[in-house]
Design a protein around this ligand. Structure first.
Ligand SMILES: NC(=O)c1ccc[n+]([C@@H]2O[C@H](COP(=O)([O-])OP(=O)(O)OC[C@H]3O[C@@H](n4cnc5c(N)ncnc54)[C@H](OP(=O)(O)O)[C@@H]3O)[C@@H](O)[C@H]2O)c1
Length: 244
């Protein structure tokens, strides 16, 4: 099994619940972490400070992933900070809960831009260098919404489903370059900006009987990133919500 110690990861959305847990797990495994975030300076810098104080390497880098120029700048800054990027964890996501009739063209385009276009642009920019070094990992954070439609809305579900096509296309293209490309499709993860609490109404929907935790997503993420023979997979982590 390939070790991750000494590698460099770019984790987007690392100021949020799931991204922070993945960043911490990577740092604990000896990975240097470029902490991508949007607006939450305090959370990103707190995380970087925590990683550094624990003997690791972390740098907080802000970028609005809805803007392609900022996506490119984020990669440049991550490479400046750590020399290269070996692991891309494209985790940042946003979804405004909206009924079909209320979704404007701007809402639809904005949701696609952050949840699908930015992951594509990040992977497009980083994969050639990974291939040159004959090692790389790409992991997309999808959602159960890609399978079930979910509760946010059709724009979000469509963006997440798009990540699955991206996963299969990129995995096939780079399979013989030492690169794996996978996605995790979680559902109902608490202690996140998307789902801060644990409402009874949601808990009752989950066959396992509770919401998931960011550390449980991070645990699976590390297993996926460590495994060189696992590629082109979308792995559900949803307490049994789908399929059922
Ligand atoms: N929580 C769940 O139940 C659940 C279920 C299924 C899938 N997911 C997926 O899991 C991933 C992580 O979400 P989370 O649950 O950890 O939610 P979260 O705590 O709200 O984190 C979202 C992260 O995305 C970043 N972000 C959002 N829009 C951005 C933009 N335009 N530019 C740059 N960064 C942006 C946020 O940065 P700032 O706050 O710094 O702006 C934050 O770090 C997302 O892709 C989400 O779709 C979550």
């Amino acid at each position: 099994m390939a070790g991750l110690t000494g590698k460099v990861a770019l984790v987007t959305g690392a100021s949020g619940g799931i991204g922070q847990a993945i960043a911490l797990a990577l740092a604990a495994a000896g990975v240097s972490v470029a902490i991508g975030y949007g607006a939450n300076d305090a959370a990103a810098h707190r995380l970087a400070g925590h990683i550094t104080a624990s003997g690791g390497r972390g740098a907080a880098l802000s970028a609005d992933l809805g803007d392609p120029a900022e996506v490119a700048r984020l990669v440049e800054e991550a490479e400046e900070a750590f020399g290269q990027v070996d692991l891309l964890i494209s985790n940042a996501g946003a979804g405004q809960r909206q009924p079909l009739e209320a979704i404007s063209v701007a809402d639809f385009d904005g949701t696609i831009a952050v949840n699908l276009r930015a992951p594509f642009l990040l992977a497009q920019r980083l994969l050639p260098e990974m291939a040159r070094r004959q090692f790389g990992r790409v992991l997309f954070l999808s959602s159960v919404a890609a399978f079930t439609g979910g509760i946010v809305g059709p724009h979000y579900a469509a963006a997440k489903a798009g990540l699955h096509g991206l996963t299969h296309s990129l995995a096939a293209r780079f399979a013989d370059d030492g690169i794996t490309v996978n996605a995790i499709a979680p559902a109902l993860i608490t202690d996140t900006g998307m789902l801060p609490g644990e409402p009874d109404e949601l808990r009752q929907r989950v066959p396992i009987g509770r919401l998931g935790r960011p550390a449980e997503v991070a645990d699976l993420a590390l297993a996926v990133l460590r495994n060189p023979y696992l590629t082109s997979q979308v792995i559900s982590l949803d307490g049994g919500l789908y399929p059922r």
